[in-house]
Ligand binder design. Structure first.
Ligand code: IYR
Length: 238
């Protein structure tokens, strides 16, 4: 404890000299079990559907915390972990969020999006009304950080920020789905009002609002959303 090597702390020393430890917690599975797990995960992910009708049933903050912590285990450029997750659960903040998002969405659907984009969205049946932003128990705003490095209050350049944040958002969605919750990936355009609302610096870029909760009893899934590309369209093997 407190030992110093070369005049620097041991952690800094270990990092500088890229010291490593043996891979200590990998779980090797027999091949048949591996296939079983891969297929079971696929079946589980097939039951993930974007939902737009939420119940106001509460969800424990501890579940949100665990899912965000899982997202924080995603790989990232130089392991800088260039993300911040703001979990919005307060009724006041959600009301403001809904007002601000609907204001942007009224402009978007009122013409700013253009006909081509609106035509592409037509099969989803979306419009400027976003009641779930107020009624779902949690809305998680995800931010990407251009700078920050690995240390708290660091100022280093970050790398592959959109890719890293994208992977972390995938982990977050998988974790919450695994916990039995429903979500909507929502991206009001523009989203810059989120910096103010969440008290985040302007150097951070909002990527996504993830609406999280239990589905309403009358929740539906658009048929368009059930059309998933088959494996032979999305993969090739050499
Ligand atoms: N942000 C709008 C529009 C929208 C855009 C895309 I791309 C979608 O896949 C769905 C909706 C909204 O949330 O309604």
């Amino acid at each position: 404890m407190g030992s110093r090597i070369d005049g620097i702390g041991w952690k800094e020393h270990a990092v500088k000299h890229h010291e490593s430890v043996p891979l200590m917690d990998h779980v090797e599975l027999p091949p048949a079990k591996m296939l079983h797990e891969a297929q079971a995960f696929l079946e589980r992910m097939k039951r993930r559907h974007t939902v737009r009708e939420f119940s106001d049933r509460p969800v424990d903050r501890a579940i949100i915390e665990a899912a965000i912590a899982a997202a924080g285990r995603a790989p990232s450029g130089a392991n800088h972990q260039p993300w911040h997750f703001c979990a919005i659960g307060s009724a006041d903040a959600k009301r403001t969020l809904r007002e601000l998002a609907e204001k942007e969405e009224r402009e978007f659907y009122g013409g700013k999006a253009g006909d081509v984009w609106l035509d592409a969205l037509a099969p989803l049946g979306t419009d400027e009304h976003k009641p779930y932003l107020q009624h779902a128990p949690w809305i998680i705003a995800v931010f990407g950080q251009r700078k920050g490095g690995i240390d708290e209050d660091g100022a280093q350049q970050n790398y592959y920020v959109p890719e890293s944040v994208g992977i972390a958002m995938g982990f977050l969605i998988a974790a919450l789905h695994h916990a039995g919750l429903c979500m909507l990936t929502h991206t009001p355009k523009p989203m810059t009002f989120l910096n103010d609302l969440c008290g985040r610096p302007t150097s951070e870029k909002p990527y996504l609002l993830l609406v999280v909760g239990h589905p309403a009893e009358e929740a539906t899934v658009p048929l368009h959303a059930l059309r998933k590309k088959p494996l032979d369209q999305i993969a090739s093997f050499l």
